[in-house]
Design a protein around this ligand. Structure first.
Ligand code: GLN
Length: 408
């Protein structure tokens, strides 16, 4: 297996192989979130999802490369010492992020993987690598042993080449866990009749992507599904801003613990504590990580908290309500996963941070609302995969599997 996609590997594989994103703890296997600051960290325990998989005979093939701490949509923001993974269909292009390594491994080695999503990091790389990516309802899978990006948004999910395997692994890892108070033991709901709400084309969606989405809608209509156009005006206008405010605020508190004392990288302690931890953090965090920690800290400051963070929490509620209105009439929302085909790495390097963040326009909404969603391959254009995303109401993962099967 290639180092390009793995940050740590298990050379003595015995059971059924599964790859694990680098932010999910595996006992005795280096777990770094692809950051230099966690270099050398070997957890003394398994994340609950990993423990459950091992109990069912799975063996961990390795840890997969990701954007540092999950910050990105193209897996270009890797920490010092890590390689940027390349798309299995075209080495000049991105795998997507932040779970780029997991998606590439699924495509290349046909083994399943666990990944994590805060704002789209499962479905985005799944779409760009032409595999299935499931992000379950928030709380469905225990976050115990998942290294936090933003606690109110993080979910562990599954990537695979088949719906059957995705569903099987989902049932293994889900469930209430006493080590995670936000985990729940809800039933799996399913609707008899599925009506599909097709999201009206957003500005920025490339023609090549839209053509495949239109084809998918025609296919589903021919199978008897009612497909009607809808709009999500509040999400269109506010989801990106709300997401990046909440995600950055939460993550800036989560990363405060990395100060060179307890986990990972350590240096000779010189000077006072402030001088020591500033040195460790300056040397070991990447550029995007520093940007997010500074912005997040600013957003939470006493004078700005109400204007940004608290306001974002209120608007988040409105966005959730907008989805809930749609689910009164429809059971599935259909849209492209990403607005573009996997871009060339050289093109991404020219984007500003704001242009980077704008690529998440379709994926941040379901994540803010904690709604389950899945990306499935909708075909290829110019030999590159296009992903279609289905979103369902909370705890209605079964609706996702059913509709995804129609396209398999
Ligand atoms: N692209 C988004 C971000 O950078 C999503 C990342 C994720 O889901 N981990 O925050």
């Amino acid at each position: 297996m290639t180092k390009e996609y793995f940050t740590a590997e298990n050379k003595k594989l015995k059971g059924k192989p599964i790859a694990i994103k680098d932010c999910i703890c595996v006992k005795d296997m280096e777990t770094t979130c692809s950051s230099a600051i966690l270099k050398g960290y070997r957890p003394v325990f398994d994340a609950t999802a990993v423990k459950k998989l091992k109990e069912k005979g799975y063996d961990i093939a390795g840890k997969t490369i990701q954007d540092e701490f999950g910050y990105g949509s193209f897996n270009l923001n890797v920490g010092t010492g890590y390689e940027i993974p390349k798309n299995p269909f075209d080495k000049q292009r991105t795998c997507g992020g932040s779970s780029g390594g997991s998606a590439a491994v699924v495509q290349k080695y046909s083994m399943p993987a666990l990944a994590e999503s805060t704002g789209g990091s499962i479905v985005c790389p799944a779409a760009f690598c032409g595999v299935i990516g499931l992000c379950p309802t928030y709380g469905r899978v225990s976050r115990y042993g998942l290294i936090d990006y933003a606690n109110s948004l993080d979910k562990i999910g599954v990537m695979s080449k088949t719906i059957e395997e995705t569903e099987k692994i989902y049932h293994i890892i889900k469930g209430k866990d006493e080590n995670d108070s936000t985990s729940v033991s809800a039933d799996d709901f399913e609707d008899k009749k599925i009506r599909i709400a097709v999201l009206k084309r957003l500005e920025g969606v490339e023609n090549d992507v839209q053509l495949k989405i239109d084809e998918t809608v025609r296919k589903l209509k021919s199978k008897g599904y009612v497909c009607e156009n809808i709009d999500l005006p509040l999400n269109k206008k506010y989801a990106l801003a709300v997401y990046y405010i909440i995600a950055m605020a939460e993550t800036s508190t989560n990363l405060a613990k990395y100060c060179g004392l307890r986990y990972g990288t350590q240096e000779k302690i010189e000077g006072n504590f402030n001088e020591y931890f500033t040195k460790i953090r300056s040397m070991n965090f990447g550029k995007e990580t520093k940007r997010r920690l500074m912005l997040g800290t600013f957003i939470r400051m006493a004078g700005y908290r109400d204007a940004y963070y608290i306001k974002a929490l209120k608007v988040r509620k409105l966005l959730i309500n907008e989805y809930k209105q749609v689910f009164k009439k429809y059971q599935i929302i259909l849209c492209p996963t990403m607005p573009v085909l996997p871009p060339k790495i050289s093109e991404i390097e020219k984007l500003t941070p704001m242009q980077n963040y704008a690529m998440d326009i379709l994926t941040v909404g379901p994540n803010l609302a904690g709604l389950p969603h899945i990306s499935v391959n909708a075909g290829f254009t110019r030999d590159l995969p296009v992903g279609v995303m289905f979103t369902a109401d909370h705890f209605h993962e079964r609706n996702l599997f059913r509709i995804a099967r129609e396209l398999e």
